[in-house]
Design a binder for this molecule. Structure first.
Ligand SMILES: [Fe+2]
Length: 336
């Protein structure tokens, strides 16, 4: 049971000014002030986009800094700066678009073959074969390692509902948007807010004594990149990015959660804290058939297909780098 402090239990991003933003270029800090001029906005955007370009071209320091800034722009903070933060982030997305995976072998296919092409790509990039997955789900992981894995599971999962909400806004036709609204209803615990999915997952964190509050600024750049890419995709004005991201996440959700649930069972974790994983391991978060029908409406377009596959490729590239990082950290003598 989650108690009256539900709201306190759900992680809140650090309040502004963020520690990472304090290290941001002065132009950005000035641009986020309520009295910022257009010239200050333009200067901040120019500097941020130049940093993003350097980062995506291979400058690892610039990459880390741009991911930090982008995460700060993404996280809820001072409402007064929200329009500016969204606009700056949208400009970063345009630069990221320029660096989208090239996909030299891409070939558009008839709509009825597109799903098979997507599913084949997702299968080829499955986390199941990642060495960290093999260790966790087929090996004898220590409680410390499971705790570490779950801590990061919380970081990437607690706000899944906000991804659905963001993408839902992109669809003018309520029949299309409802694919996500129906799911949001479940995410929010239907008629029982105490059973919202973040609340259910928080019980597992409490069981493992994992703090619910996330120190976003302290996250590794590759983890920030993973979080940023999820938010970027659902906020992108081209729905191909968000549909691809959510389809990729959703289509493997059941299998991934079931394996975690079975691991929790082997560890003797009680049913209460395990409920999030039991639920997600036995039913789809989003009805994937419904989601495919929505994707199929757009998939006549070759441009849509290409962007969809670029989104998949980027998600899996970032996902792979992120899981490799977690695996390295898990194997290290100390992860903190
Ligand atoms: Fe959920």
């Amino acid at each position: 049971m989650i108690l009256d402090d539900t709201h306190a239990a759900v992680p809140q991003p650090p309040s502004a000014p963020h520690s990472a933003l304090a290290a941001a270029p002065d132009s950005l800090i000035q641009a986020l002030r309520p009295d910022a001029s257009y010239a200050q906005l333009a200067l901040a955007a120019d500097e941020l986009l130049a940093l993003t370009r350097r980062g995506l071209a291979g400058d690892s320091e610039a990459y880390a800094q741009y991911q930090s800034i982008l995460l700060d722009l993404h996280l809820p903070a001072d409402p007064a700066s929200e329009p500016t933060r969204r606009w700056l982030a949208s400009q970063v997305y345009r630069v990221e678009d320029e660096f989208a995976p090239a996909l030299p072998d891409f070939q558009p296919v008839p709509v009825e073959q597109f799903r098979a092409a997507i599913d084949a790509e997702i299968e080829s990039r499955t986390r199941v074969r990642h060495p960290m997955s093999q260790y966790l789900f087929q090996g004898q992981p220590s409680e410390r390692d499971v705790r570490f894995f779950l801590e990061h599971h919380w970081i990437r999962s607690y706000n899944f509902y906000s991804l659905l909400a963001e993408l839902a806004f992109r669809f003018e036709d309520i029949r299309d948007a409802s694919v996500f609204y129906r799911n949001l209803y479940g995410e929010a615990g239907a008629e029982t807010p105490d059973r919202s999915h973040p609340a259910l997952l928080s019980h597992l964190m409490t069981h493992f004594e994992i703090p619910l509050r996330i120190d976003f600024a302290a996250l590794h750049p590759l983890e920030k990149a993973y979080l940023n890419n999820r938010i970027r995709c659902v906020r992108h004005t081209d729905v191909a990015w968000g549909l691809s991201l959510l389809y990729a996440v959703e289509s493997v959700s059941c299998v991934n959660h079931l394996r975690i649930y079975e691991l929790l069972q082997r560890m003797g974790v009680p049913e209460g804290p395990s409920e999030f994983h039991r639920l997600h391991g036995t039913q789809d978060e989003i009805d994937t058939e419904e989601m495919w029908e929505l994707i199929a409406k757009y998939a006549q377009s070759e441009t849509f297909q290409r962007t969809f596959m670029q989104s998949l490729a980027r998600h899996f590239d970032i996902n792979r780098a992120y899981f490799d990082l977690l695996w390295r950290q898990m194997q290290g003598p100390s992860f903190h």
